[in-house]
Design a protein around this ligand. Structure first.
Ligand SMILES: CC(=O)N[C@H]1[C@@H](OP(=O)(O)O)O[C@H](CO)[C@@H](O)[C@@H]1O
Ligand SMILES: [Mg+2]
Length: 540
């Protein structure tokens, strides 16, 4: 009898000598070696959906901030979360099977292990960013999903990563009390456009905002979103730049959130004047960082830590003003890469609890889920705010006792709608920042002056085998190689306000070294010394 799985797989043979891994951001590598992985992800998506009784799972074809020639794929759980770790392992294993028959056999084994009925319905939603390789990889994915595994598919064409997460959550909650929204692009723009207007409540952000779209999918999607925002005379004037998707080879090149964060400077193409608020998205629009030049032409970055502190302080104000302070607590979740000054500001000035997790959005999201209101951002600008079901219920039912309380409560409710709770969303995040600035009557300079970042340096060290670098305490301390942490501690002691750590990257073949200290010179020195220690330990 014909085996449709093996047949589909035979059309997408495995390249020889490559080992694939479903990492922090799914599979991600050079696009020309991804066809077999895509077809197998079709099988995994179908199996995952069947294991979840036919719920929609999401599949996003993107390599985010990576260079244009890369691509990748991520699988999304029904509520818009990242794929469960157990299934990441299955996805890795099936992608490394060699022959079509081996893949087919493994597909059967997964079905048996999870008692999956392979004739039951399976559903997947798929979308892609604007990379040139996207169409070819989509075809390979669909072949595995529909012809191989017999699943149903909804193909949304081009979407930002957060829009795809939104669709998945909407489709799975449609017609329930938790309905998240209408699962269409128009539904997305209407929901966030209306929430922006409601959250502003007539306040107008000062000046304009220039949005650098990294020449990625965020450009055309932002253009659509703008049509659903209040007119610029009433609300915000937005200038869209780096929105050229006709030339996919310009994606993330000298522009975008990763360029700005890594180089700590504006894209060379930027024409913004002193004081002009700017922000940059990454290639799939799930990250955003802000920046501006001051009157001395000095560049200032307002990164994910800044967004987290701004939003946490605003939510704190709203909760207090609406009389909910004894019912709702707010917490902030960061990684070790958060600037020490940001952590101190949250703890000492905002008086909120800070949790630290390992790098990777899924860890932050999990930690935030344990809080009433969890504000989580990576320093690179990826993050969001999530509200627990009980907290949403409390806020929905709460009866304000004064007009002042009612005003604050109305804004709080609109802000909840403005935040994409499925995943960090650059478009929703920047609208949220603008709302907060408008309510506080702040520009970028006032926002910057809340605290002063400690000078910091991030370095990459290439070693023979990065797996020997093992960490504990949310990656802030090394347990292996023996003795290395002690040497790092000794260097940290030599500078003022020093902090440094080293960890193996989850997305690149390198060890990352982070250091911060009271002055630029001390931070650079510390980073260089720790990098030397890591290099020596890595070649020992
Ligand atoms: C220092 C840094 O920015 N690390 C990034 C990077 O992870 P690494 O494991 O450090 O390579 O890529 C991740 C996925 O995009 C992102 O979540 C994370 O913040
Ligand atoms: Mg991204």
């Amino acid at each position: 009898m014909a085996d449709p799985v093996a047949e589909a797989m035979s059309r997408h043979p495995t390249p020889e000598g490559l080992v694939y891994q479903y990492g922090t951001a799914g599979f991600r590598t050079k696009s020309e070696v991804l066809d077999s992985v895509m077809a197998r992800c079709g099988l995994i998506a179908a199996l995952r959906s069947r294991a979840l009784k036919g719920k929609w799972v999401g599949v996003m074809i993107t390599a985010s901030h990576n260079p244009p020639e890369d691509n990748g794929v991520k699988i999304v759980e029904p509520m818009g979360n990242m794929l469960q770790e157990e299934w990441e392992i299955l996805a890795t294993a099936i992608s490394n099977k060699q022959t079509p028959e081996e893949v087919s056999q493994y597909y059967q084994e997964i079905a048996e292990k999870y008692r999956i009925d392979l004739s039951s319905p399976a559903r997947a939603v798929v979308a892609r960013d604007t990379r040139a390789s996207g169409a070819r990889l989509l075809a390979a994915f669909l072949d595995g999903l529909t012809k191989g595994a017999g699943a149903e598919v909804k193909d949304y064409g081009f979407l930002t990563t957060p829009q795809l997460h939104y669709m998945v959550r909407c489709l799975n909650t449609e017609g329930t009390p938790d309905a998240y929204g209408t699962p269409t692009e128009k539904g997305y723009y209407e929901k966030f456009g209306a929430a922006f207007k409601n959250a502003l409540r007539g306040k107008k952000p000062s000046g304009s905002l220039t949005v650098d779209c990294a020449n990625g999918v965020g450009g055309p999607k932002l253009a659509e979103l703008i049509k659903h925002l209040p007119p610029k005379e009433e609300a915000l004037e937005i200038f869209v730049v780096n929105d050229n998707v006709i030339k996919p080879e310009s994606l993330n090149v000298e522009c975008g959130a990763d360029f700005v964060k890594t180089n700590q400077r504006a894209p060379p193409s930027s024409k913004a004047g002193p004081g002009d608020r700017c922000c940059s998205l990454d290639g799939d629009a799930d990250r955003v960082v802000y920046y501006f030049k001051d009157s001395n032409n000095m560049f200032h970055l307002l990164d994910g830590d800044r967004i987290a502190t701004l939003v946490a302080s605003f939510l704190g104000d709203l909760v207090r003003q609406s009389g909910l302070a004894d019912k709702v607590t707010i917490g902030v979740v960061q990684t070790a890469y958060a600037n020490g000054a940001a952590t101190e500001y949250v703890e000492k000035t905002l008086k909120l609890k800070v949790d630290c997790t390992p790098t990777g959005v899924k860890y932050l999201h999990h930690a935030a889920e344990k809080l009433d209101v969890g504000v989580y951002f990576e320093a690179n600008g990826h993050g969001t705010v999530i509200f627990s079901p009980d907290t949403l219920d409390t806020i929905a039912k709460y009866e304000p006792r004064s007009p002042g309380q009612k005003d604050a409560l109305d804004v709080l409710r609109a802000v909840i709608d403005l935040i994409n709770q499925a995943v960090g969303d650059a478009l929703s995040d920047f609208l949220l920042v603008e709302v907060v600035l408008a309510h506080k009557s702040w520009g970028a300079q006032e926002w910057l002056s809340t605290y002063t970042d400690l000078p910091n340096r991030l370095l990459k060290v290439i070693v023979a085998d990065r797996k020997i670098f093992q960490t504990t305490d949310a990656e802030r301390k090394l347990v292996k190689p023996d003795g290395l942490q002690k040497s790092i501690d000794a260097e940290v002691q030599k500078v003022r306000q020093g902090r440094s750590f080293a960890r193996a990257s989850g997305t690149e073949d390198a060890v990352r070294v982070y250091a911060e200290a009271a002055t630029r010179g001390e931070a650079d020195d510390l980073a260089r010394k720790v990098a030397e220690l890591v290099k020596a330990a890595g070649s020992a």
